[in-house]
Design a protein around this ligand. Sequence first.
Ligand code: C2E
Ligand code: MG
Ligand code: MG
Ligand code: MG
Length: 283
Amino acid sequence: KVKKQGKNGHQFYSPDLDVQLLENIGLESDLRKAIERNELVVYYQPQFHAQSNRMIGVEALVRWNHPTRGMLSPGVFIPIAEETGLIYEIGTWVLSEACRQMKKWHDEGGPLIPVSVNLSSHQFHQPNLVEYIVKILEETKLEPQYLELEITESMMMDPAVSISILEELNKIGTRISLDDFGTGYSSLSYLKKFPIHKLKIDRSFITDISENHNDKAIVATIISMAQHLKLDVIAEGIETKDQLDILTENDCHEIQGYYFSSPLSASEVEKTFFVPNRLPSYQ
Ligand code: C2E
Ligand code: MG
Ligand code: MG
Ligand code: MG
């Protein structure tokens, strides 16, 4: 019987687990070959300034174009990559690919905007993280202020260690945003000590914001707190005009979500957003 370690050290049995396990073993061996076979793709989701419709950045989101299963989302394979250590190789590849693409866009006259790249917990705590980010920036020639690293509260369980990593990243000039903000456990007293630039309000607070007064209150509070802490703030998962209006009424003007654009391939981004006189426009 397949057993899994439960939260409090209890063992529990789930009938779905065997199937899940076998699936993952198959995926794991495929994932080992995915990079060399060029099956990983980076999509880019544009971020906008709501009033001006100006594009202010893109988030790099990895996908796996699996030979038989089609396009797989990171939710399926990033956890496997984390468990097997493949995350280092994948993470490095995504970082360099995203920096290469953004530098290319800058060189071709595209908007001078940053690219955000998600870091996994393992990557964040990797001893040579800063070293290899510097190496990637040198190799791709992307200026460091155009690379934004997305980390989450759950990675910062040891505040002293986290602060020293963040300070090193600050020194090399990259920007840092706190992703999925509001879903972790970071204490507010540490928040002011973390040398970060931006809070990304998690989608879970946005989904029902039109009907749910509690969500609306939480979002308004996060926005106001960000302003007081002099942090930028962006909302993710905006899908409707109604949600957009509530955010802008509460003074959050940076928006990411299907309402403006879903994540797109690099060439789709160019076709849709880099053509002058086409809306939404940039600069
Ligand atoms: P995330 O960093 O919070 O990324 C936002 C996710 O929300 C993306 O899902 C995006 O497609 C989705 N999204 C954006 N706007 C909307 C919207 O309006 N409505 C809805 N329902 N969803 C929206 P995706 O691409 O499936 O990525 C899921 C997660 O996988 C990411 O969450 C991130 O934590 C992780 N991930 C993605 N790429 C990488 C990567 O290169 N490295 C690492 N370590 N993690 C990654
Ligand atoms: Mg993210
Ligand atoms: Mg997020
Ligand atoms: Mg999220």
